[in-house]
Design a protein around this ligand. Structure first.
Ligand code: PGA
Length: 255
């Protein structure tokens, strides 16, 4: 892991003011591992409270709108998220790309990434194949196409970007791909980043996401081109998330 490890917890549609106690405990744990960059991503109404409650971790948003402001009832702009204390936004999560979610296509994901960058938020762009696509031998082609079509093309985008590879079938299922498959996909993503951004593409961190937990984190984080993890379920408590942060610190030290 040559790049600084980046461990991000996505609380999805979970959280409450009472759960800010977990965020504070995660913040204290993160402070013990300065080699690791840590982010936590609560539902939007908690961003401001969480940002005020922590000091060693960054707080992010799970989504943003494509427009800077306007008549979009129920949506939140990147500028408002930044004003609330977010320093980055996740875009293109498979739960938003899914038809049963928000049906977001690559072009919308790209526009969201560019809107986030325009509001000075860093971006975590998610890509990943379904189980049917992997079974059909199309995983790398699907992910390469998603990446190419959803990468932000804003000037200097690569500097404020991370990509998360999250196989849809591994999210929330307890199943993870073989480490060799993760390494192969991360290598393909790196090639796509170099093609899109030239040399700057070498500095973009590629995270793995999908059923990361304290038991499998070290192995996954040790794979080639894996510079961190996007963690769902295991980020909801400080106990399980701190174990992943500590695994990342250990792998960084060994590497
Ligand atoms: P999970 O979610 O860790 O609960 O599988 C990962 C994600 O969706 O980012």
């Amino acid at each position: 892991m040559a790049l600084r490890p980046y461990i991000v917890g996505n609380w999805k549609m979970n959280g409450s003011r009472a759960m800010l106690a977990e965020a504070r405990a995660i913040d204290r744990a993160a402070a013990r591992y300065p080699a690791v960059e840590v982010g936590l991503v609560p539902p939007a109404p908690l961003i401001n409270l969480m940002a005020e409650a922590v000091s060693d971790i960054a707080v992010g948003a799970q989504d943003c709108h494509t427009a800077p402001s306007g008549a979009f009832t129920g949506d939140v702009s990147a500028a408002t998220l930044a004003d609330a204390g977010a320093s980055f936004a996740i875009v293109g999560h498979s739960e938003r790309r899914a038809k049963a979610g928000h049906g977001e296509k690559d072009a919308v994901v790209r526009a969201k990434a560019e809107a986030a960058l325009a509001a000075d938020l860093a971006v975590i762009l998610c890509v990943g194949e379904t189980e049917a696509e992997r079974d059909a031998g199309k995983a790398e082609a699907v992910v390469a196409a998603q990446l190419k079509a959803s990468l932000p093309r804003t000037e200097g985008a690569a500097v404020r970007l991370a990509v998360a590879y999250e196989p849809v079938w591994a999210i929330g299922t307890g199943r993870v791909p073989a480490v060799a498959d993760v390494a192969a996909m991360h290598g393909a993503i790196r090639a796509g980043l170099l093609a899109a951004y030239g040399e700057d593409g070498a500095g973009v961190r590629i995270l793995y996401g999908g059923s990361v937990n304290a038991g499998n984190a070290a192995e996954l984080l040790g794979a080639d081109e894996v510079a961190g993890a996007l963690v769902g379920g295991a980020s909801l408590t400080a106990e399980s998330f701190a174990a992943i942060i500590s695994a990342a610190a250990m792998v960084a030290e060994e590497g």
